[in-house]
Design a protein around this ligand. Structure first.
Ligand code: PLP
Length: 428
């Protein structure tokens, strides 16, 4: 075997700040980073004085907009009372306990337990570990395979990296995946999923993990009935059904959870971003009785679920989440999303009809994907949109992400879509 020369061995080193940014091709990014220093409602301000409409709500998280004084005050008050105390063994903090009750009351799972941690990737790790542990305790230790859909994104911790349907995120981390025994199923075809289950053998499969609406994979809403069929296959074959609601949870689909929109009854739901609108790092898993019961038996032999971290259920994050849930209710933001979905659909259908640079538009909830024709790169259009004062994001499938905050006005949405139109036209 010959060792290959590193491609860039002779190239000079890049200069730049000490901070190593995530998911960035550094030769492309350094020297042209957009530095955000301030936020105000649906807008973010750069250090060089630009004001940008946040057309993606950051990474699908800033649902109530930026720099909300009520949430800042909730954090301040909690920090002055108790910044946090771990939820570990005998200790819990009162904010995490209160949030658990609040989430259990609105969860689309009956009698759930709530595991809290610090983000979506964490939540996926927990859900996958819990699924495997569930079957081991049920006397079926061979049920370990985790299935997920092609083009799916489930964060970048070990399980999320391993089960992702976006292969580039696994590159260089090993020959198969970080976590063994994972496999992909097709995006929309339940018959094909049944075939994959048969190939591996249902007796080897622990769980199917799916986003109800794929986000990073290009904003791919489920085909009619697909998620119900997937859930049905899970029931038939004794496979846990795990819904990754990290993007869709807390209102993005016009319902509190996408499980409600699509009439689903999952065994586990992962959540993060929208639980605090990003005002504090927080995530977690809603767990159905079928899964938690084995850990709640009143017996010395009852097993422990060996998972936990210092910042899981961080008290300040939980206090912010509670204030945030109040805000969603008080400002009726979830019903507003249902209206915004209609607006977005009308705007994007009209765009698709008049703009030859648009190949397809996809909408579900207040989530839009604008797929461009091959001749135009979504990355270029996203760059141009920044110059026009709008944040968008290129996703897989040459698709632009449109998912603004829930407080967006009809006029702002129209202006955003008009800017997309203008930017696409300029590249034609
Ligand atoms: N799952 C889905 C569906 C996501 O979109 C994301 C992040 O975008 C994650 C999990 C990971 O969440 P986090 O970035 O908070 O770790």
């Amino acid at each position: 075997m010959t060792l290959t020369e590193p491609v860039a061995a002779a190239a000079p080193l890049l200069d730049g700040p000490a901070l190593w940014p995530a998911q960035a091709h550094l030769p492309t990014v350094l020297g042209r980073q957009v530095v955000i220093a301030r936020g105000e409602g649906s807008y973010v301000m750069t250090t060089d004085g630009r004001r940008l409409f946040d057309g993606t709500a950051g990474l699908w998280h800033a649902n109530v907009g930026h720099a909300h004084p009520v949430l800042a005050e909730a954090a301040r008050r909690q920090m002055l009372t108790l910044e946090t105390y771990h939820i570990f063994a005998r200790f819990v903090n009162d904010q995490a306990l209160a949030l658990g009750e609040r989430l259990a009351a609105i969860a689309p799972i009956a009698r759930p337990k709530v595991i809290l941690n610090s983000g979506g990737s964490d939540a996926i790790d927990v859900a996958c570990k819990l699924a495997r542990r569930h079957w081991q305790l049920a006397g079926r230790p061979d049920k370990t395979i985790i299935l997920s859909r092609e083009f799916s994104y489930h964060g970048l911790h070990a399980y999320g990296t391993s089960i992702a349907g976006l292969d580039m995120n696994r590159e260089g981390y090993g020959t198969d995946s970080l976590v063994p025994e994972t496999a992909r199923v097709p995006l929309h075809d339940a018959d094909q999923v049944a075939k994959v289950i048969a190939e591996h053998g249902a007796e080897r499969i622990a769980a199917i993990v799916t986003e109800p609406i794929q986000g990073t994979g290009g904003v791919n809403p489920p085909h009619d009935g697909y998620l119900t069929e997937l859930q049905e296959l899970c029931r038939q074959h004794d496979i846990l059904f795990v819904l990754d609601e990290v993007i869709t949870g807390f209102g993005r689909t016009g319902q509190m959870f996408a499980a409600q929109r699509y009439g689903l009854d999952p065994d586990l739901i992962t959540f993060a971003k929208g639980v605090t609108s990003g005002y504090a790092p927080l995530g977690g898993v809603l767990v159905a009785p079928r899964v938690w019961e084995a850990f709640y038996r009143d017996s010395p032999d009852t097993p422990v679920f060996r998972h936990g971290a210092t910042y899981a259920g961080h008290a300040t994050a939980c206090a912010v989440a509670l204030a945030h849930l109040d805000l969603l209710e008080a400002e009726r933001l979830v019903p507003r999303v249902a209206e915004l979905e209609g607006r977005l659909r009308t705007e994007l259908d009209a765009l698709a009809a008049r703009q030859p640079g648009v190949a397809e538009v996809r909408v579900a909830g207040f989530l839009g994907g604008v797929a461009l024709v091959d001749e135009i790169a979504a990355t270029d259009v996203a760059d141009d949109l920044i110059e026009l004062g709008f944040v968008s994001r290129p996703l897989r499938g040459n698709t632009l992400q449109l998912s603004p905050p829930f407080i967006t006005t009809d006029a702002e949405l129209a202006a955003f879509v008009a800017a997309v139109d203008q930017a696409v036209s300029a590249r034609l």
